[in-house]
Design a protein around this ligand. Sequence first.
Ligand SMILES: [Zn+2]
Length: 433
Amino acid sequence: MKKILSILIVCARAVAMMAGCASSNSNAPVSTELGQSEHVVILVLDALSSSYLSKMGPKSNLAKIAQAGACVLDAQCVYPSHTLTNHATIMTGASSGAHGIIGNVRLAEDGVTTIKSKEPEMIQCETIFELAKAQGLKTAVVSGKNNLVTLFSKDCDVGTSNVRPLSYLKDAPNLDNAETNEDYYEMNLELADWVFESLYTVLETEAPNLTLVNVQSSDYIGHRFGPESEEMNTCLKRIDKALGKFYDKMKKSGMLDDTTLIIVADHGMTSSDKAINLNVLTMMNFPGAAAAIDGRTGYIWLNDTDEAEVIAFFENTEGVASIFSGTSEIAQELGVASQDGPDLILNSEAGYVFLPQPMIDEYHGQHGSPDDSDMIIPMICVGGGIPAGAGIEVTDLRAVAPLVCKLLGISGGEFEISEPVLLPQQDLSAFKK
Ligand SMILES: [Zn+2]
């Protein structure tokens, strides 16, 4: 299925290029050679699904930046399509089963409660921070989500988020203090502005060679109000404005000459309005087993409960799209297979989410599944080491770590796939309304 899909994508791209809608640039030949760069910034626009690009439009700053660099607008994240999983993939070049951050949550040692997968020792592969530090390079994290500062604190020289800003940065809103939906919305917009402003200040002040950035608002607003909401449209405009301002400052100051910006999303977002109460269903029917909910994915640890019985039960549960063993062939195909992961993994159908029913009104968007709406993301590179007007062959987030190493001249990393292949044309049609 996946293979057929990628063949179709390649064919569609070839037709688009022949039709002449591929690049708006002149006839000048486009270089497909990657250069080197003294600084690299990985800018993750959280949950910025490729489906949002048409809302942003061809005149958006993001579209202009894509045109000025290299891009593929239908790249993929890895499964499960969650934040911590895909940031770990960006930072290691590994799939989830290999780096061990399978979803945002995992079972605690007590075998009953769940904890966030945010501790640095949970990552089972070498990160590009470790590789960079081994070559004497300086590393930084600037994030609207504090969990990411924690997860990548090992080998990180400068880490900052809104709840622990550096002394020379402005104060930022703490989303935990939001009392109403309106507060939460406004504070998210302000916090995203803070991330862009702080990023520029950190780059100027500290000159890190490798910086990981997370802009949280597109994720939090997508969850709370839904990907099709008016709030989401405004959020996208606001991010685009802040991005444009940041990019212009980088250009004007000359910093972009020796800095490469890699702009990606960690996953997409799907509208949801129906709950599957996985915890209660598991407790009532299989009291020995433990369950954890994580957006459109759920996890079960069997604790000696019969696997076939649990699978048969959830296969017939409304809203469950699939359930499979964490070491099965399906798990291997999805890159999530691991002896240390959950015994069973569930995906929800579009519109459904693993959540207690009373909480459903707080969430109108979720992600985590292998569906396109959760998986297809843009990958846009611009600046120092990137030729203008190039395309990128369809790839996934595992290609970011080898790309960073190539740009920074770091050797010795072992990755599942190689850096992105550049193409002489780019297809910007995803930005069309
Ligand atoms: Zn995310």
